[in-house]
Design a protein around this ligand. Sequence first.
Ligand code: NAD
Ligand code: TDX
Length: 345
Amino acid sequence: MKFFRSVLITGGAGFIGSNFVHYLLKNYPECKITVLDALTYAGNLENLSSVLDDSRVTFIKGSICDPPLVSKAIKGSEAVFNFAAETHVDRSIEEAGSFIQTDVFGTYTLLRQALESGVERFIQISTDEVYGSASDRAFREDSPLKPGNPYSASKCGGDLMSLAFRNTYQAPVVITRSSNNFGPYQHVEKFIPLFITNTIEGKDLPLYGDGMHQRDWIYVDDNCSAIAMVALKGELGAVYNIGAGESRPNLLVAERILDLLGAPKTRIVFIEDRKGHDRVYAMDAKRIRKLGWKPEWDFDRALEQTVKWYCNNREWWESVKSGAFREYYEKHYSKKLKEGKSRGA
Ligand code: NAD
Ligand code: TDX
């Protein structure tokens, strides 16, 4: 199927956004890409270093909250993919102002400029977290929104604004809500990269609460193919859940990482739980399956691939861990790790 000739990717220097840039260049080589990214602590130009000289790619540093800049960046684009967001739940629990600013106001600014420039598609990248914690049933796209933390509440704001723009101005909006991604270029503040890199460094693994919280994992490449499919075939105004049906408790994931790296289970330390910690995320992804999408990666193979990537790209994550992240890690984990209980202790 023919893809868009030119697209704007916001947040393209982050984890999923940069994987999406690489995915498009490989699978739709005719497509011209403009990346707009504010390069916050989570953005990293290294994620795009192999393609920055490619004539198909233009990088613009700046915020989606800046209307004149967005207006310039969006010019000529047939589709907009909005990956830009503040994304770390723990940081949103500390301070949520920047989340509201980017995830709500930024999305609004982008929607306005997209409408003015007449793009054909606006793909809002959202999350399963907007449904809150699942009890006995997987969430469908029409399940009520019940955000459990300031991050997911901000993402709800962005989603609702997008749907309101569809209803009010017929903006060409579609929304994807995916489950937890993992893979190359994911920031070390997130669970899987933190646990892989801590294991490699010989450090303890800080597991929240009893470790029995469940996440439904999807390899980032599979999310990229789903997003591209929704952009091409998704119904305007619709929401698409994206999940691979690979739900497991955090403790099992932590143990698997230790196994893959040949480290003992005693490296796991149970620490004070995250405030308002959603217990289970689970989604019904039948709607996107009906478009013809299916994941290519099973969890174990994808985790092995991811562990290999972090082993082979030490410079990439060592430079992140040696910067401002060190201060964040000390502040967030030191005391909790001292008070925590080691597995097997
Ligand atoms: P990330 O934190 O790795 O990257 C976010 C990117 O957005 C960074 O490059 C950052 O510099 C940029 N950014 C932040 N504020 C900006 C602003 N005001 N203007 C322009 N750029 C800005 O995030 P990610 O994990 O790649 O997530 C991407 C999107 O996918 C987010 O919208 C997130 O809510 C959604 N999502 C993520 C996951 C996941 O598991 N990682 C799951 C579901 C949905
Ligand atoms: O140190 C940790 N210890 C721990 O036990 C960290 C960082 C996390 N965890 C637990 C909390 C969660 O149950 O691991 C699980 C995954 O945590 P995160 O990687 O922080 O992800 P989560 O909170 O599930 O949110 C992610 O998925 C949905 C992304 O960060 C969001 O951006 C996305 O929308």
